[in-house]
Design a protein around this ligand. Sequence first.
Ligand SMILES: [Fe+2]
Length: 256
Amino acid sequence: MPVNTYTGEIQTVYNWLLRLLVFSFIGCLVGLILGWVKESTRELIQYNRQLSDVYHRFLMSMVNTLEARDPDTRFHYQKVALLSVMIGKRMGLEPAQLSELYWAAILHDLGKIGVPNEILMKKGPLEKDEWEVMKAHSMVAEEIIKPVPFLNPLLTIIRSHHEKWDGSGYPDGLEKESIPLLARIITVADVFDAMLSERPYHKAGDSIDAAKEYIVQNKGILFDPEVVDALEELNTGLLDRIRNIKVLSDLEAIPL
Ligand SMILES: [Fe+2]
């Protein structure tokens, strides 16, 4: 074999080995970078979950503070959240909407933290100026949660939970579909649970049938007809279990 041909083959093998080495190095480097990105993303997701969990626990402790101030509302927020999600499921809402609905229902009255005790727990009708303070609670709640970015989708829902289908509600006098759908659901669940419960202005709670009757009578007047239809379809036995929640284990036993 001529010397030149032999040298040429060695050169070719050398070139291929060099390419193999370079590509292996690049492959390892890309692998390392991808591994680092994957690990960082995992840590970021975990951190966000922890942060979200801390926010939710903090907000729940604020709701617990509200309940402690006004023992008549014990579990009211959780009951409204359960009822709202059940209605939402009947209406075919997506899981992400149901999650928003649950948290908006839990936090809907957070603004009552800003209402003085003598108004919040007054036995008897409120004076005009007291009523104005009470009505501001939906806007106060909005201000409380506004600094928390991941709760921003809940702002308009919470602000609008006292709007009425015919435009007679507050704070903006919205009507029909201009009221956010999830707020229309919470309105019905909130009124329904309030009617079943004992309150300073409402000593003995109504029966499930009487509460349903009131809601149905106001279908298309105060309440969204589709939401009322979904409430009517809910199982009475399950509604009775929600009504009778007295301790945390009762609450946790309700299937969602
Ligand atoms: Fe409210």
